[in-house]
Design a protein around this ligand. Sequence first.
Ligand SMILES: Nc1ncnc2c1ncn2[C@@H]1O[C@H](COP(=O)(O)OP(=O)(O)OP(=O)(O)O)[C@@H](O)[C@H]1O
Ligand SMILES: [Mg+2]
Length: 409
Amino acid sequence: MYINHLSLTNFRNYGRLELDFGPQATLLYGANAQGKTNLLEAMYYLATTRSQHAALDNQLLNWEADLAEDPLVVGRLVARVERREGERLLEMRLIREQQGDQISFRREALVDRRKVRLMDLLGNLRVVLFLPQDVQLVTGAPGDRRRYLDITLCQTDPVYCRTLSRYNKVLEQRNAALRSIVEEGKGRDVLPVFTEKLVDLGGTIFAKRASFVAAIAREAQRIHYEELTDGRETLRLHYLPRLYSASYTNGSDSTAAQMEWAEWLESASAEQAAERFRHALHEARETDLARGRTTLGPQRDDWMFMVNGRDLGSFGSRGQQRTAILALKMGEIEWMAAETEETPVLLLDEVVAELDERRRALLLGYIQQGTQAILTATDPSMFTDAFLEQAQTLEVQDGRVVEGKSALV
Ligand SMILES: Nc1ncnc2c1ncn2[C@@H]1O[C@H](COP(=O)(O)OP(=O)(O)OP(=O)(O)O)[C@@H](O)[C@H]1O
Ligand SMILES: [Mg+2]
């Protein structure tokens, strides 16, 4: 699939933008702070309904429009997406409204000009975003890694996405019930109801995450071994589900136990996973009641990278971590293409500058295989002539996009 037109109104530093794209690679270049990353963010937002910065959605509205006296400010992101089954028009509206002293903010999603739930925007445009800071996936917090799983899976699996959203709601209700038992001694009667719902939804999430990590790991491992390290290093990705209570491991190292559960989950059904989750919640009952919250479940999951049998986050060099992320992203492309039988759109922010020559050539090679890729760079000269000849080059200047000529001379 590819984006053939993008239209932005009051989005970040774009007041108004109309931009055509071809099905091939597009290089957006320009000095710092001109709006290159903001353009990728707009496309990512239409694909995922989220910003890669995890910032507040109302920060996406253009400041200047937001400062104007107008009581109603509307930001619009519209993409025309060419897909195998035809064209689709995707739109997201960011609406800030002032009534008296009250300021409200809401979002609306539209597909082919018809309003849909935000969740139903997902899957219409699929992107793989690659940022220099993605290397933090290896070393950063579990929450970032869960976010990666959720956003990637949500783009291809609407059932996963709906289940996750319901799970989070039930989790809040169950936690509220636990708090109320702790603080007021009330709510014991409703707890089993929430536990049952949580178990059902959680089983699906565990099972889907396990098979997703296993599938993307297969792609990433192959690319890492064969193409990135000449068979010198083996990469493994391990899902670490929080499917057991603390008493299960008796306080010893839990990673090994989690890996075993991950392996079991790969061939388990959602019902079997739910059954196991029910059992674990039962074991954790006293802990949950003492702490007033649900201490295990998908909300506590993690996953990790291992290279040559060692935890990459703790022992890997920066270069090894970057290589693993490149393998993950290339694996993501392959996985998504296989899963949906359509290549996703690649959004690459400044990453080419960070790669050595060989890896750069490998990544750009992927792009030339009939995939739409939108890349940003401050300096187009790091791209080969062969690449620049077949790519569309555009210069970004202070919230405007102009036809790039200087890139070719
Ligand atoms: N809500 C907003 N309204 C107006 N401008 C904004 C808003 N949010 C961010 N900006 C501005 O947009 C500008 C461009 O940001 P962007 O991150 O896209 O730059 P860039 O071209 O990718 O630069 P770099 O090469 O440094 O990465 C920044 O100067 C930022 O201050
Ligand atoms: Mg940028």
